[in-house]
Design a protein around this ligand. Structure first.
Ligand code: NAP
Length: 252
């Protein structure tokens, strides 16, 4: 990579769950972090305090990842505070309510695609404009948030969500080819069953307990177990890794 120092990182949807664990891990690795959140300002402020207490630096920015103006503002905040990012984690995502496909409300489908697919595209666009050597940037690395659902299909739970993550896998492959010559590595992580609020938010409060038996390692994953992989992919230690979709699912 053309950069040698660990530079600033942007994390979308960084206030809770996997995003928050990744903000902590990146800040712990000495990287200034700017993260976005949708609406939970208390969680975002609590996280910035946790980062500061641990000796790191993080700035929270409210903004819907599906809104191009908000995504531009997120990147401008990083540029103004720390300089152009050298790493971006396009993590923000939602499942929408769980349902069979024939019962899926069009508005729920559109919102999932808008946040997960359009939001990722908008994030990558803003990243490429600031990081690409084609545009005078220093290069860097992007990690997209996929899911094991992309390969498993989401049947009887959320096929629309699985399909939105299938789009992430395609983009990972294409973007690695398109941005590689511009000094940017692009990879994705595809977590399995991770203990966050996302399952209960979808109305599936018992989902993790019910599915633990499907996991070869016999347990549900923690957000920090995804964060450590993302931190590595965003670091120069992964300097020859691009176009990979890394399953973090304990064999499931
Ligand atoms: P989570 O605990 O529900 O946290 C979601 C985070 O994203 C929150 O910080 C939330 O902000 C933010 N967010 C939601 N919608 C947003 C939007 N439109 N714009 C900006 N930020 C937004 O979810 P999670 O489990 O950590 O999931 C994070 C990502 O991992 C998602 O893309 C998900 O699909 C993926 N994933 C999760 C699992 C799992 O088992 N947990 C498995 C595979 C993939 P607020 O706090 O303001 O709501």
């Amino acid at each position: 990579m053309s950069h040698s120092e660990p530079g600033p990182v942007i994390v979308t949807g960084g206030s809770r769950g996997i995003g928050a664990a990744t903000v902590m891990a990146l800040a712990g690795a000495g990287r200034p972090v700017v993260f976005s959140y949708a609406s939970n300002a208390d969680a975002a402020q609590a996280l910035t305090r946790r980062v500061q207490a641990a000796g790191g630096t993080a700035i929270a920015v409210q903004g819907d990842v599906a809104d191009d103006v908000a995504v531009t503002a997120l990147f401008e905040t990083c540029k103004d505070a720390f300089g152009a990012p050298t790493g971006v984690f396009a993590n923000a995502g939602i499942t929408g309510p769980s349902s069979r496909m024939e019962d899926l409300a069009p508005a729920d489908l559109r919102r999932v695609l808008d946040v997960n697919v359009t939001g990722t595209v908008l994030t990558v666009q803003a990243a490429a404009r600031l990081m690409s050597t084609r545009h005078g940037g220093a290069g860097g690395a992007i990690v997209l948030m996929s899911s094991r659902a992309a390969a498993l299909g989401g049947g009887n739970e959320w096929i629309h969500y699985a399909a939105s993550k299938g789009a992430i896998n395609s983009m990972t492959i294409g973007l690695a080819k398109e941005l590689g010559a511009d000094g940017i590595r692009v990879n994705a992580v595809a977590p399995g069953l991770i203990d966050t609020d996302i399952h209960a938010t979808a109305g599936l409060v018992d989902r993790l307990a019910a599915k633990t038996g499907d996991v070869p390692l016999g347990r549900i994953g923690r957000a920090d177990e995804v964060a450590s992989a993302v931190t590595w992919l965003l670091s120069d230690a992964a300097s020859y890794v691009s176009g990979a979709v890394l399953d973090i699912s304990a064999g499931r």
